[in-house]
Design a protein around this ligand. Structure first.
Ligand code: NAD
Ligand code: UDP
Length: 313
């Protein structure tokens, strides 16, 4: 049975990954300091004796007794409002946390998978973005703390691969949504759905002409799992190419939830990328992967999830 460490395992993506790995027969160690995640996300896994939850900040030395076959490094604040409020922690977990977990992978002879991001492409001058594009990032802008940390993390991962021979994988994740997102995480999907459910104004930033491409969590988990088992060392985009403007997206949410909410326009955050859409030719070719869940279906499942939480509160 493989033994696998998931950092950031109590977060939105990490908790979904822990579940999948258990399902695939792994013993899973979930490590998290709960800075943006919560134990509740994995509470249902606690009874399983193949699952272990450890509270730890991975920017400090990481100790795990026994053998490890895989390390999936997903720890990092990920929503813009989180990393704007936690700039130093975000830089540290991308830099020091990646260094510590790579060191652990080297010591254990484990395969390492880094959760990178489409943000390494910044405000892209190539559209859609393929893995060969080097990006257009403002290093000293407010989003730089996240984008540059992830760019450093990719460089560090490749250095451990080339210099120390550690087996590494890098996934560049595009905007992902689904159950276990925090209702208050400030991301557009959670904001719009929760605003619509409450009947509050739907806040479109700027004129809403900026675009994003949203993928459902189950598609991402499938892509990550396939990449983990593949031989591909260079980064692979995992995202859904279905692109929408943010204004069209707001209209879609209004129609879907049949809400009385009005769409209002607010100031566009600094350095907000104007477009984003993955080129997934490589994932198709190398992993035989492509997204399966249509946006309508994914949004329905996510809305049900948020409705359920609202009833609990
Ligand atoms: P999340 O905030 O829900 O999860 C991140 C988890 O990491 C949280 O549980 C948090 O407590 C933990 N964490 C942060 N710093 C830590 C530290 N120093 N030590 C231990 N744990 C720490 O966010 P998410 O959306 O699940 O993102 C997970 C990963 O995927 C991140 O690395 C993020 O950069 C990447 N990613 C996410 C998206 C997306 O659309 N959700 C897109 C691109 C990349
Ligand atoms: N956005 C918006 N209203 C909101 C939250 C976000 O118009 O209430 C916009 C934001 O400016 C960006 C897009 O939606 O253009 C996606 O934002 P998100 O925070 O989800 O992630 P990003 O892709 O910017 O990292």
């Amino acid at each position: 049975m493989p033994r696998t460490l998931v950092t950031g395992g109590a977060g939105f993506i990490g908790s979904n990954l822990c579940e999948r790995l258990l399902h695939e027969g792994h013993n899973v160690i979930c490590m998290d300091n709960f800075i943006t995640g919560r134990p509740d996300n994995v509470a249902h896994l606690i009874g399983d004796d193949r699952f272990e939850l450890i509270e730890h900040d991975v920017t400090n030395y990481v100790y795990v007794p026994g053998e490890l076959d895989y390390i999936l490094h997903f720890a990092s604040p990920a929503s813009p409002i989180d990393y704007l409020q936690l700039p130093i922690q975000t830089l540290k977990v991308g830099a020091l946390g990646t260094h510590k977990t790579l060191g652990l992978a080297k010591a254990k002879g484990a395969r390492f998978l880094l959760a990178s991001t489409s943000e390494v492409y910044g405000d892209p001058l190539e559209h859609p973005q393929s893995e060969t594009y080097w990006g257009n990032v403002n290093p000293i802008g407010v989003r730089g703390v996240y984008d540059e940390a992830k760019r450093f993390a990719e460089a560090m991962t490749m250095a451990y691969n080339r210099y120390h021979g550690v087996e590494t994988r890098i996934v560049r994740i595009f905007n992902t949504y689904g159950p276990r997102m925090r209702a208050s995480d400030g991301r557009v999907v959670s904001n719009f759905i929760n605003q619509a459910l409450r009947g509050d104004d739907i806040t479109v930033y700027g004129d809403g002409s900026q675009t994003r491409s949203f993928q459902y969590i189950d598609d991402l988990v499938e892509g990550v799992y396939r990449l983990l088992l593949s031989d591909e060392v260079d980064p692979v985009n995992i995202g859904n190419p279905g692109e929408t403007s943010i204004l069209e997206f707001a209209e879609e949410i209004v129609a879907m939830t049949d809400t009385s909410s009005k769409i209002v326009f607010k100031e566009l955050p600094k350095d907000d990328p104007k477009v984003r859409q993955p080129n997934i030719a490589k994932a198709k070719d190398v992993l035989g992967w492509e997204p399966r869940v249509p946006r309508e279906e994914g949004l329905r499942l996510t809305t049900e999830y948020f409705r359920g939480i609202a009833e609990l509160v």
